[in-house]
Write a protein that binds this ligand. Structure first.
Ligand SMILES: O=C(O)c1ccccc1N[C@@H]1O[C@H](COP(=O)(O)O)[C@@H](O)[C@H]1O
Length: 223
């Protein structure tokens, strides 16, 4: 069985085209002004039009208020909304009911205790995304290019599709997928040459590595 590959933090036509050409299943747009990958509302329609059904569009928001949510939905027309802040399960449920489309909730992980909230979020989100918990000095709640201990996810079954993120790249992906049996992988920093600067070569290499690693795991060549 294959896995879904998401390339996140795309903000230019060229690198979006690279992700689509490489065969990404999901392409992510960050609408969060503090991020070096922020896409302004005015720039969204051109990027969105470029996708033309070749991949699912994911809109990443952080603790959005209702006005931000409305404006971003109108501009990005996403297939999935990724909530990457400290949204409570109640807020996730409220947003999902309000927008009428799937929600993927990002959960920060550093230790086993961090997974205690999984049942509450699995009850209200369509998908879960596990990312490394930010360190105190980090200015972003995600996209910090840092992995966490993937063994923490071994044996986890929240009853919802699960994506893995946090410091993934073409090099560490085979090991990550052999440890954490997930439905998809998500990358941002690992396909960049500097924060916010995506590399077409790295995007292509990541998608290829994900397909190859998933096939190896499926064939039982990797435990
Ligand atoms: O990428 C960002 O700038 C960002 C900002 C705020 C929240 C999340 C963000 N990125 C997401 O974090 C994960 C992991 O990214 P990385 O591969 O470790 O850089 C991924 O979903 C990013 O899109």
């Amino acid at each position: 069985m294959g896995i879904e590959v998401k390339i996140c933090g795309l903000s230019t036509a060229d690198t979006l085209e690279a992700a689509l050409d490489a065969g990404a299943d999901l392409v992510g747009f960050v609408h969060f002004p503090k991020s070096p990958r922020h896409v302004a509302l005015a720039d969204a329609p051109a990027l969105v039009a470029q996708v033309r059904g070749r991949a699912k569009k994911v809109l990443l928001l952080v603790n959005p208020d209702d006005a931000t949510l409305d404006a971003a939905l109108a501009a990005f027309q996403p297939d999935i909304v990724q909530l990457h802040g400290s949204e409570s399960p109640e807020r996730v449920a409220e947003i999902r009911a309000c927008i009428g489309r799937p929600v993927m909730k990002a959960l920060p992980v550093a230790r086993a205790e961090d997974l205690a909230t999984v049942p509450a979020y699995a009850a209200v989100a369509d998908r879960l995304l596990f990312d490394a918990k930010p360190l105190p000095d980090d200015t972003l709640p995600g996209g910090n290019g840092r992995p966490f201990d993937w063994n923490l996810l071994a044996g986890l079954d929240p009853g919802r599709p699960v994506m893995l993120s946090g410091g993934l790249d073409a090099g560490n992906l085979p090991l990550a997928l052999s440890v954490a049996h997930v439905d998809g992988v998500d990358v941002s920093s690992g396909v960049e040459t500097a924060p916010g600067r995506k590399s077409a070569e790295k995007i292509f290499a990541f998608v290829q590595a994900a397909r190859a690693a998933a096939a190896q795991v499926a064939e039982g060549k990797v435990q």
